[in-house]
Write a new protein. Structure first.
Length: 281
């Protein structure tokens, strides 16, 4: 693995195959990102029961699709688990042939703990990560926590694999992962709900549905981009939009009431955090 002259991580020089288990929306976004960083399709082994035409096309370029595990080759450089957490127990049984002492196992399965991964892949290093759906357009946010066995080169490899779909933050305390899941993993759904309800409110105020939806969509997208690019914190950006006694102030008086958006969001994140802990057992 190398780094390009622009500082972007490259996977062109990786040693050993990358095994990707699950090539759905998230796994597919990761694979697309890896290829854009220079990973040769011949370096990828993919397991997907319902392969898309795009995945089958990559098979023609050398990607190994659904091979018999025993005949697939040597230990993987990385084994990436991108299946639903409910399928974890059944999936890992057939994957241990790929996981040698030099393999780093990367799981993006919600609620799947390091303890579970270390128990199943006793010879390998493991990393637990939580991405989110904007990874599909290269704007994801992923938080990762490594086991103690992860070496610096393995961490660098995982960082490159995850950075292919957006920003990455590393933490040392796995107990944060339930709240991470609630905030950034589930967070895009909260934003989509905001756009949905804003459009409905526009219709209730008299706007045609198509116009209300376009206004809501573009406003949420534009505000998000401004938030990303601006050095200012969200509170300051909010204050910059709000003129005393104006229309925005009238709306914020409702949203920022004691029973308004803040306590409601706290309840929502707390509920998602609890559910994440339940999934982890």
């Amino acid at each position: 693995m190398t780094t390009s002259s622009s500082g972007t991580p490259s996977l062109a020089g990786i040693r050993g195959p990358i095994v990707l288990v699950g090539v759905g929306k998230m796994g597919g976004a990761m694979l697309e990102g890896w290829l854009s960083l220079g990973l040769d399709p011949k370096s990828v082994i993919a397991f997907e029961p319902q392969p898309t035409p795009e995945l089958k096309a990559l098979e023609k370029r050398g990607l190994r699709l659904n091979p018999v595990a025993a005949a697939a080759g040597a230990d993987a450089a990385a084994l990436v688990l991108a299946v639903k957490p409910q399928a974890a127990a059944g999936v890992v049984i057939g994957l241990k042939l790929f996981a040698g002492s030099g393999t780093v196992v990367l799981s993006i399965m919600a609620g799947t703990t390091l303890q579970f991964l270390e128990r199943e892949f006793v010879f390998s290093s493991v990393v637990r990560a939580m991405p989110n759906t904007p990874a599909a357009i290269g704007r994801g946010m992923t938080v990762a926590v490594p086991s103690k066995k992860v070496t610096p080169p393995q961490r660098q490899l995982v960082d490159a694999l995850l950075s292919a779909t957006g920003a990455v933050e590393w933490i040392d305390n796995e107990s944060f992962m339930d709240a991470v899941t609630a905030v950034s993993g589930s967070g895009p759904a909260y934003v989509f709900l905001l756009a949905e309800t804003l459009a409905k409110a526009g219709v209730a105020a008299g706007l045609p549905p198509e116009l209300a939806m376009k206004l809501a969509r573009e406003t949420v997208a534009g505000a998000g981009e401004l938030l990303k690019r601006s050095p200012l914190d969200p509170a300051t950006l909010r204050q910059n939009v709000t003129s005393p006694g104006g229309t925005t102030a009238a709306a914020l008086e409702v949203l920022m009431a004691p029973d308004g958006l803040e306590p409601l969001m706290q309840k929502a994140v707390a509920a998602a955090t609890r559910r994440s802990k339940e999934l982890a057992g």
